[in-house]
Design a protein. Structure first.
Length: 493
């Protein structure tokens, strides 16, 4: 049975960013791996999806291409066509390896364009972290990553209260006091200075962004992919670390979770690259001491960060939209920023906390820039003037000249259940873009899940890379404890 058009045809043109994700050199898909504490009941999942996800317009619309026009056209969805349940050997020796191999395998086949561009694979296989695995594969044109994760969470409920939607921690923004609202001379001067910095930073960032399109490339390094890396089958791995430890460091350094995540990432990459360069020196017959820094001094290594410019739709609003089958704010409104990893070459540091300080300085600098808005507006203009294939070529050039993709998304603060199946972790990622390494951090309750998508020809040991990030967090936390920034009584036992 195939999906068929309803009697009343509803259609909507693809947004410029959505069209971009259908270019041959930029055909991106999102992978979301859900670990469950119980075996998965397919009939329960089927019924749950009928009541929620397929009521969302994007998940119940076919993509129709008519010349240069691309449209979403609503269709009647048969959920069984989107749920895939493979035959699994219950006596397999290495279930973790099987799950990794399976996810890599499904990315080698395109989605079926005769039906909505998503599917859910149910793997009733027991791993060290879960009793069963669910794997969503969704075409990136359906929505940006943050919105899609929010939509999946809107389909879930709190495990402690099946009638309650998940709660997502919000960013703590201090309310302006009467004193700060006074239009004094100091306030005026500070505003002028901030505006000058914003204009200058935006100018510099756009200059570097433009230079990256034409000639500015990252230094060749063991993490950087070569031409055609977007077509290479990726390997997806994840590692769970302590969100409580990240919060301890955040409070000790008076920073944000984003600062700490970026700091431990740079520290972990530094450890990993140091090992790779050391091994290369030894293979060439040279000597490399463990405490020596043999990374290139002028190493240029940048991450491309995808920024969602559309105000994030709340989980309650998404749940209401699916329940009432109404329209809401949706689509790919995304821009890029290029994030320099300045501390990568500093493997040997007297103070590991410098990684956090450096990350905070980088993020604070990027907050005073309109790079993301300008890159989105420019891409939209290029699509309108020259078409999405030219825009995809430009985007491909930018990403090809950087080293990795990086993102961090806030998850639920309490354990949730996906249609009655309690979840133990959520590990999202993406493939189809020209990077050999994609790093995504996803919080869940008191955990932070490090999600890696790698080209195994470039990074043959992704588990070691994720372990290096975990070890870096421990080293940074221990350093904060030794300096008296973290009270021993505050450390969870």
């Amino acid at each position: 049975m195939v999906d068929s058009k309803p009697s009343t045809v509803e259609e909507e043109s693809l947004s410029p960013a959505a069209r971009l994700f259908h270019a041959p050199s930029f055909n991106c898909h999102i992978i979301a791996v859900m670990g469950c504490k119980t075996s998965i009941n397919p009939s329960v999942i089927n019924e749950g999806l009928q009541q929620t996800l397929i009521k969302h317009p994007r998940f119940s619309s076919n993509l129709v291409i008519q010349g240069r026009k691309m449209k979403w056209i609503r269709t009647t969805v048969n959920v069984e066509n989107h749920i895939i349940i493979p035959d699994i050997d219950p006596t397999m020796e290495n279930p973790e390896q099987f799950v990794e191999d399976y996810i890599s395998y499904i990315t080698t086949t395109p989605l079926d364009f005769s039906k909505p561009l998503w599917e859910l694979h149910l793997l009733n296989v027991k791993t060290t972290e879960a009793e069963a695995i669910g794997v969503f594969r969704i075409h990136h044109s359906i929505g940006d990553g943050a919105s899609l994760i929010s939509l999946l969470l809107a389909c879930a409920r709190k495990t402690s209260d099946p009638d309650e939607l998940p709660s997502i921690p919000g960013q703590n923004r201090p309310h302006p006091s009467a004193k700060s609202q006074r239009r004094s001379l100091w306030w005026f001067l500070l505003t002028i200075w901030s505006a000058i910095r914003l204009i200058w930073n935006t100018f510099v960032d756009l200059f570097l962004f433009t230079a990256t399109i034409f000639f500015l490339k990252d230094t060749k390094n063991p993490l950087k992919g070569g031409p055609g890396v977007e077509h290479v089958t990726k390997r997806f791995v994840h590692r769970t670390i302590s969100l409580d430890d990240i919060k301890l460091v955040k409070n000790a350094m008076k920073t944000t979770i984003n600062d700490v995540v970026l700091g431990i990432t740079q520290a972990g990459l530094s450890r990993y690259l140091h090992r790779r360069y050391s091994n290369k020196v030894r293979q060439n017959g040279g000597g490399a001491k463990e405490d020596s820094n043999i990374l290139p001094k002028n190493l240029r290594l940048r991450a491309a960060v995808l920024v969602n410019l559309r105000p994030t739709t709340g989980i309650q609003a998404l749940a209401d939209m699916m329940e009432k089958e109404s329209k809401g704010r949706w689509g790919n409104w995304i821009g890029y920023i290029l994030l320099p990893f300045n501390n990568i070459a500093s493997h040997v540091q007297n103070d590991p906390l410098d990684y956090i300080r450096g990350a905070k300085a980088t993020i604070d600098r990027k907050k005073l820039s309109l790079e993301a808005i300008c890159s989105f507006s420019t891409a939209k203009l290029v699509i309108q003037l020259f078409g999405y294939k030219v825009a995809a070529y430009v985007a491909n050039r930018v990403l090809s000249n950087t080293t990795l993709a990086f993102s961090n998304v806030v998850g639920p603060a309490e354990e949730i259940s996906f249609f009655g199946h309690p979840m133990t972790y959520l590990a999202p990622s993406v493939y189809g873009h020209p990077h050999a390494l994609t790093m995504h951090f996803q919080s869940y309750v008191n955990k932070m899940i490090i999600c890696l998508a790698v080209d195994p020809n470039v990074i043959p040991d992704p588990h070691q890379l994720s372990l290096d990030i975990e070890e870096s967090l421990k080293l940074i936390k221990d350093s904060a404890v030794q300096r008296g920034l973290i009270n021993d009584t505050a450390i969870p036992v």
